[in-house]
Write a protein that binds this ligand. Structure first.
Ligand code: THU
Length: 138
C-alpha cells in the first residue's frame, strides 16, 4: 500500500460524506501494521454540533472490528477548493481519538495531511504533544 493508494482510499471515502450543512467532505484512511486499511468519512447532523469527523468514524469502524493497535499511518483529505490550499489537519477531538488507538498498540503514526500541491507528514505525537492516553489512568 503506497501513500498514493492510501490517499486515494481516503478520497474515495470522502465520496460517501454526509455533509449537507458544511459542504465540506472529508475522507480518512488508516493503515495498520498488517497492511489492512480502514476508511471513514464525516457524518453531519441537523443538530450541527453532533457532526462526526472522518478520522473518528474510521477509528470507530476499526475498533468495532476488534482492532486495538498497529496504527502506522493516517491520511486526512478535505475539499481542495476550501482552506486556501493549506493541508487539512485533524481537529483536536480527532487527535485525541486517534491517540487512543495509537497508544493502545504503542505506535506513533505518521499523519498525512493532504493539500492540492503537497502532503504534509506529521507524527501524531507532534500534533498532540503530552497526550492523555490509556496509560495515564494506570
Ligand atoms: N471534519 C472532519 O471530518 N475532520 C477534521 O479533522 C476536521 C473537520 C469535518 C467535520 C465537519 O463535518 C466538517 O469537516 C466541517 O467542519
Amino acid at each position: 500500500m503506497t501513500d498514493a493508494d492510501l490517499i486515494n482510499a481516503a478520497r474515495a471515502a470522502a465520496e460517501s460524506s454526509y455533509s449537507p450543512y458544511s459542504q465540506y467532505a472529508v475522507g480518512s484512511a488508516l493503515l495498520f501494521a498488517d497492511g489492512s486499511v480502514v476508511t471513514g468519512t464525516n457524518i453531519e447532523n441537523a443538530s450541527y454540533g453532533l457532526a462526526l469527523c472522518a478520522e473518528t468514524v474510521a477509528v470507530a469502524k476499526a475498533m468495532d472490528g476488534g482492532v486495538r493497535g498497529g496504527l502506522v499511518k493516517v491520511v486526512v483529505v478535505g475539499p481542495h477548493e476550501r482552506g486556501g490550499g493549506a493541508p487539512i489537519t485533524p481537529c483536536g477531538r480527532c487527535r485525541q481519538v486517534l491517540n487512543e488507538l495509537a497508544q493502545l498498540g504503542g505506535t506513533d503514526p505518521e499523519v498525512l495531511c493532504v493539500a492540492p500541491d503537497e502532503v504534509r507528514t506529521v507524527r501524531l505525537s507532534a500534533l498532540l504533544p503530552h497526550a492523555f492516553g490509556p496509560g495515564s489512568l494506570d
